[in-house]
Design a protein around this ligand. Structure first.
Ligand SMILES: Nc1ncnc2c1ncn2[C@@H]1O[C@H](COP(=O)(O)OP(=O)(O)OP(=O)(O)O)[C@@H](O)[C@H]1O
Length: 682
């Protein structure tokens, strides 16, 4: 089959991308001290108009933006309605309405009735090739989401041929996807132009200097307290835990790398997890956020490869990795890859990472150079496997990190495809490891399909519990007061690194813009930003250039960023697991952190009871008003609001006391997509 990825480089013109910072710059001068949405969005609306002009100059289709209806009334999720009013007043033809659209989309109003949002845009059905591509390869660039995806097109414009993405409408934040995806469906040669444009982004190479590779994460004052956490391992013939890394009898190079990384002693999940993996057992491990799960699987896997005389990786047209590691988000898999690179330093083992939003050609070339440990997001992984560049027959280890997240997003079929299709060895012939801080019971049952029946279940602390090193505060704040409250908190926090979680991508952009206007150096990360922008945002946050990061659920899990002192849930997530992961971005590795969550009784009642439980389990103060809400929240229980049962233990224990775990293999389909899953599959 002819490959097209080789032709990627240099063939596609670079789009003009108004980055968040460019746009922030363009909006200035900012009126000092403006908290008023009018001032903020006025300038942005103007810029959007200008940007829109540039778009329309490119494609000559500015007429496509007129005629959006007025918004329905309703909530704005913390953003007052004045701002959209300002947008409507923008005098530039066509584009004022565009900004209005997106401001309305920003709140929940869009869904309720202003006539845009879901639906067919410009005559494109939902099942456009673009959607298919996004789903199949998992790395659909923002273009699809903006221009063609069913999620947020301009529903009222049948056949208007405008081709503008929501990002244009958003005042130029995020990507310029609309520019790169005109709506005319075929080019002069009759080729379908609705295919996703090729992504040409090549991430910067990882650091080569040892000091950067091994830059240690400072452990905190509570690191030793990890030893006090109760650990439960269920299943048969449980290998003994180790107390020190030396007891694991790892090879010399690995031991050297462990000490270069500054690891003095193993955390509980490592003490128990390392020997379990070394013993060849399948493992489902649940341990609190930031407690070292990554090393708990990487170290024994690398050791096993070394013991097994893994072949030195070299260039081959078909690579056959011994290890496949899958994680739900691009940033997380990249982080795991960097950890794998760190621990395999000085060995012949070569880890490679593949993830969406980057040039497939580049990543395939990386894979072909040699690949023992293939780290990937599911979509890109399947994509590269389907191109025949990766064979799975030699896979000895399959790791699913944040396994519950990967299985609970309605993409179970993709996971099954990976696990059962192609030449992946059967579960009897590979070791399967699943890690997360949360494992709802249904997910455990489904996961059992992927693992040998005698897998071990390791629970460090309470399954699904919040990290005890995070001081949690819940404030009752209605949506219209959220912005002011946030400003008040950030003013007190100063330049300490803070992650602010919101429930939609649009809100992430708007809030980040707002905070910039308020002179808080802020950046944002969400699924509609181009990968280059996402990585830049994380880099700016890590370095402290932008101490505030506004994020959607895409950054809720796994990200390990030093010095994050605060997490603010501007919007509470719809599930308690997501809450636990979000606040786990702080208080990592024995450090203490603070989490403040805005509870709006109009929208957050469904999480009240589980929140009370998580707070009290972590010995945090539970506000009386929250207890009252929890008590009154009829119909909810100490369950996931979407119906999933929280597991406090290995779900096999619940089988009428049946200790014969091996006889149990249930398979309950679970699909749900809450609001916090909008950034879902990567
Ligand atoms: N034994 C150890 N000694 C010192 N630091 C460690 C040790 N184990 C892990 N760390 C560091 O602790 C940090 C958190 O580890 P890691 O990211 O693996 O946590 P996690 O349990 O996977 O968290 P999450 O649930 O959020 O994904 C990392 O920076 C890691 O390098």
């Amino acid at each position: 089959m002819a490959e097209d990825w080789d032709a990627e480089f240099g063939t596609e013109p670079t789009a003009v991308i108004p980055s968040f910072f460019d746009m922030a710059g363009l909006r200035s001068p900012v009126k000092e001290g403006a908290i008023n949405g009018n001032q903020i969005f006025e300038s942005k609306g103007s810029e959007a108009a200008n940007f829109g002009k540039r778009c329309s100059n490119t494609f000559g289709n500015s007429t496509g933006f007129g005629g959006f209806g007025k918004q329905g009334s309703g909530d704005g999720n913390g953003f007052d309605t004045n701002s959209s009013y300002i947008f409507e007043k923008q005098p530039v033809a066509g584009f004022a309405e565009t900004t209005t659209v997106n401001e309305s989309e920003f709140g929940s109003r869009v869904v309720r009735g202003c006539g845009f949002g879901r639906g067919n845009r410009g005559g494109f059905p939902r099942s456009t090739p673009q959607n298919a591509i996004e789903k199949a390869s998992g790395d659909g660039p923002p273009v699809g989401r903006g221009s063609f995806s069913a999620r947020r097109g301009f529903a009222n414009h049948p056949g208007d041929g405008s081709g503008f993405s929501s990002s244009c409408g958003r005042g130029g934040f995020s990507s310029t996807s609309g520019i790169r995806a005109p709506w005319n469906s075929t080019d002069s040669e009759g080729n379908n132009k609705n295919q996703a444009p090729k992504v040409t982004y090549v991430p910067p190479p990882p650091p080569e200097e040892e000091s950067a590779i091994f830059a240690p994460y400072q452990t905190g004052i509570n690191f030793d307290k990890y030893d006090e956490i109760l650990v439960d391992v269920s299943g048969f013939n449980v290998p003994s835990a180790i107390l020190t890394f030396a007891e694991a009898h790892l090879c010399e190079t690995l031991n050297k790398n462990i000490s270069k990384a500054g690891y003095l002693k193993p955390t509980p999940v490592q003490k128990h997890g390392v020997p379990i993996v070394l013993a060849g057992r399948d493992l489902m491990a649940c341990a609190q956020t930031g407690s070292g799960k990554t090393a708990a699987f990487l170290l024994p896997i690398l050791e096993m490869l070394m013991r097994g005389d893994v072949a030195a990786s070299q260039f081959k047209e078909l690579q056959e990795p011994e290890v496949v590691i899958v994680a739900p988000t691009r940033e997380l898999i990249n982080q795991i890859y960097l950890e794998a690179r760190k621990f395999s330093f000085g060995t012949i083992i070569r880890p490679v990472v593949v993830y969406g939003g980057t040039s497939t050609g580049h990543q395939i070339r990386q894979v072909l150079q040699g690949c023992n440990v293939l780290c990937g997001t599911p979509g890109r992984l399947l994509d590269i496997i389907s191109k025949g560049k990766v064979g799975l027959s030699k896979v000895q280890f399959l790791v699913l990190d944040e396994a519950d997240r990967m299985l609970d997003m309605g993409f179970e079929p993709d996971m099954r495809k990976l696990v059962t299709a192609f030449d992946m060895p059967s579960k009897q012939n590979r070791q399967t490891l699943m890690f997360s801080a949360t494992f709802p019971e249904e997910i455990q049952r489904m996961a059992a399909d992927f693992m040998k029946t005698d897998y071990l279940f390791l629970a460090v602390g309470q399954v699904g519990g919040a990290c005890g090193d995070v001081h949690q505060t819940i404030l009752q704040v209605d949506q219209y007061s959220k912005r002011n409250k946030l400003i008040e908190i950030l003013t007190n926090i100063g330049i300490e690194r803070t992650m602010v979680f919101v429930d939609t991508k649009r809100k992430a952009d708007f809030l980040a813009a707002f905070l910039c206007q308020e002179n808080f150096p802020t950046t944002s990360i969400h699924g509609d930003r181009e990968q280059r922008e996402r990585e830049q945002a994380l880099g700016d946050f890590r370095s402290g250039k932008c101490p505030v990061l506004v994020a959607t659920a895409v950054a809720a899990r796994g990200l390990d960023i030093e010095h994050v002192q605060h997490v603010i849930n501007f919007d509470l997530p719809s599930t308690i697991d997501e809450y636990v992961h979000r606040i786990g971005r702080t208080g990592r590795c024995g450090n203490v952190g603070k989490a403040i969550s805005f509870f709006d009784s109009n929208t957050d009642l469904r999480i009240a009871r589980t929140l009370v439980k998580v707070l009290s389990d972590a010995q945090q103060e539970v506000p009386t008003w929250l207890e009252e809400f929890a008590f009154a929240a009829y119909g909810t229980s100490y369950h996931n609001p979407l119906g999933k049962v929280f597991a406090s233990v290995d779900s096999r224990k619940g089988l009428g006391g049946n200790k014969d775990f091996s006889s149990y293999e249930a398979n309950l389909p679970v699909t749900y997509a809450g609001k916090d899953h909008e950034d879902a599959w990567e």
